[in-house]
Design a protein. Sequence first.
Length: 133
Amino acid sequence: MSADIGVRIRKLRISYGITVERLSEMLDISQSYLGLIERGQRCLALLKLIKVCEVFHVTLDYLIFGQNEQPRTNIDDMLANIGYEPEQRRLEPLADVVKKIFIHNFTKAEIEIISESISCLLNVMHKTRQLYK
């Protein structure tokens, strides 16, 4: 079973474009240990498995048993919930940033900094636009 878990972790890591170095940092384990896990030669503790689920937005059932492969949250659905619709071309760059934030699984503090920066940028853009009307 640990071999299957390792294979699923490796597939998720690759599909998200996350390096061994980055994932090992996120899990607070060594790169060599992560390699052993991905090859099914070592097991992760439950808390680390839960962290993997959070990083890749999958259920523990999927990670352990391969069931419920659908991610817990769909980023496109989340964007739709905040009013973004694909035909709104002007918002595509912002939507791409939001997707990258979720894919890279930034910490809450990092997301707050990014959010504040985007908010400040939008305010400056709005004020600039008003000046040149």
